[in-house]
Design a protein around this ligand. Structure first.
Ligand code: ADP
Length: 191
């Protein structure tokens, strides 16, 4: 079983690359952002709660995020492996994921960060916002807040996975195909 965590700041291209990786390695793709947006469009209680954080560019509280993630994994227990996109984003989530997976005799195979600098990312997000209509992509201040959240809460996970010998990074600037190639070369070398 291969379980990959895709890391990267907002706009780094996690969702785009996850689409390629899931078919190449036959993995089930779980994006916590997509799951929240699905709840928002269905107007569930979880969706309403999540929206109040997401619209400001803040992270949604850990416990509801962790519970939602566990539920998604359990609903797809037949999967050959998973790509976690946008999870974990805090130390508490990373600990919870390790515990949860080990209870199922599963583990993270590798975490891969897509690296790009803030100005490139901010420009990508503003462009995406024009097409997607995502509230959190429309305003520079919200975008900068998401980077702050990443720097404060998510970036420290690098040390967490490095200590486990599972942290890798790839240059996230370039053409989509080029970046897919970098990722698959890296992942093939780890298998
Ligand atoms: P992006 O990576 O571009 O910010 P996502 O779709 O991954 O887009 O996330 C959008 C928003 O959803 C985040 O800003 C946050 O509010 C919420 N979110 C997604 N994943 C998590 C998570 N693991 N923990 C807390 N909040 C999350």
């Amino acid at each position: 079983m291969i379980n990959i965590v895709l890391f990267g700041k907002p706009g780094a291209g996690k969702g785009t690359q996850a689409e390629f990786l899931k078919s190449k390695y036959q993995l089930f793709h779980i994006s916590t952002g997509d799951l929240f947006r699905h709840h928002i469009s269905n107007k569930t209680d979880l969706g309403m709660l999540a929206q109040s954080y997401m619209d400001k560019g803040d992270l949604v509280p850990d416990q509801v995020t962790i519970d939602m993630l566990k539920d998604a994994v359990e609903t797809h227990s037949e999967a050959k492996g998973f790509i976690f996109d946008g999870f974990p984003r805090t130390s508490k989530q990373a600990d919870a994921l390790d515990t949860f997976l080990s209870e199922k005799s599963m583990q993270i195979s590798a975490t891969v960060a897509l690296e790009a600098d803030d100005d490139v990312l901010a420009e990508r997000l503003v462009n995406r916002g024009k097409i997607s209509g995502r509230v959190d992509d429309q305003d520079e201040e919200k975008i900068r807040n998401r980077f702050e959240e990443y720097n404060n809460k998510t970036a420290p996970l690098r040390d967490f996975y490095e200590a486990q010998g599972k942290f890798h990074s790839v240059d996230g600037i370039g053409g989509i195909d080029e970046i897919t190639h970098r990722l698959t070369t890296l992942i093939d070398g780890l298998l």
